[in-house]
Design a protein around this ligand. Structure first.
Ligand SMILES: O=C(O)c1cc(C(=O)O)c2c(n1)C(=O)C(=O)c1cc(C(=O)O)[nH]c1-2
Length: 250
């Protein structure tokens, strides 16, 4: 006789999702250790800022892809604040503009950074995979893939403290991006988690949500692996990758 797998109770299911973060979130990546403890050179910080820009730039596109599939106006209304958080409501506002202020703070020309030149191939592949995932997968895994943000406030706090302590470029203005995320991310993820808990109605749904979260931790991890390989060890910058003298402020 076939034994049907049992649906996990809400507490156990949430614990399963949190365990994925505990084991796989990119706060454990050695590049983050270096960055937060002041062991990055300025060029390694610049490489991170340039590559991470690509992630930032694609987040509102993936949220727009998500919204484009939503039939419920209430869910669209809820989700669109994510796009506004990144794009702002006027030029110069929002997360992308704040990221470009960080770019300037580390001595990079924001126009160079926004041009997306010098992005590592693996960064592009990983980030594009996230956008495609959200565009193509069923709504439940698409939503669940954003739940890495459950773990983001802790890393943002560590980053704010670490950057302010160790790097001359760090000031409340240059790192304002992270301060804003401290209030934006918990609001988004509280909604996303409640929605996933509510809509994961079968064991297969729960498995799909967990797999989506694992996929997303891979998206984040792969970006840091690419950065580490190009700019830390072995220090092999792939063709087209940013070269440390490029894109600097005059
Ligand atoms: O600095 C980080 O470690 C980090 C991680 C993540 C994440 O967990 O995906 C996001 C962010 N930052 C972030 O700033 C952000 O706007 C964001 C949006 C999303 C998403 O999946 O919708 N993740 C993240």
């Amino acid at each position: 006789m076939n034994v049907q797998p049992e649906k996990m109770q809400p507490e156990a299911f949430e614990a399963r999702l949190r365990q994925i973060g505990a084991e796989r979130y990119h706060d454990k990546h050695p590049f983050h250790d270096m960055l937060h403890s002041g062991r990055c050179t300025i060029d390694q910080v610049r490489a991170w800022v340039i590559n991470r820009y690509y992630y930032q730039s694609r987040i509102p596109m993936k949220d727009a892809a998500f919204i484009s599939r939503v039939t419920d106006p209430a869910l669209r209304r809820e989700w669109r604040s994510r796009i506004e958080d990144h794009d702002g409501r006027a030029p110069g506002e929002g997360g992308i503009a704040r990221w470009l202020r960080l770019a300037e703070g580390v001595g990079l020309d924001p126009e160079y950074v926004a041009s997306e030149r010098g992005i590592l191939p693996a960064t592009r592949f990983a980030v594009d995979a996230y956008v495609h995932f959200v565009r193509e997968q069923p709504m439940l895994p698409a939503m669940a893939s954003s739940l890495t943000e459950l773990f983001a406030p802790e890393i943002h706090k560590t980053r704010i403290a670490g950057l302010l302590k160790h790097y001359d470029f760090a000031s409340p203005d240059t790192i304002a991006y992270f301060e804003h995320r401290l209030s934006e991310a918990p609001k988004d993820v509280a909604f996303g988690l409640a929605w996933v808990m509510d809509h994961a109605r079968t064991p297969a749904d729960q498995d799909a949500a967990a797999a989506a979260l694992i996929f997303k931790t891979d998206v984040l991890w792969a970006q840091l692996d690419a950065l580490y390989s190009a700019y830390v060890a072995p220090g092999r910058i792939p063709p087209g990758g940013w070269q440390p003298h490029e894109g600097l402020l005059a």
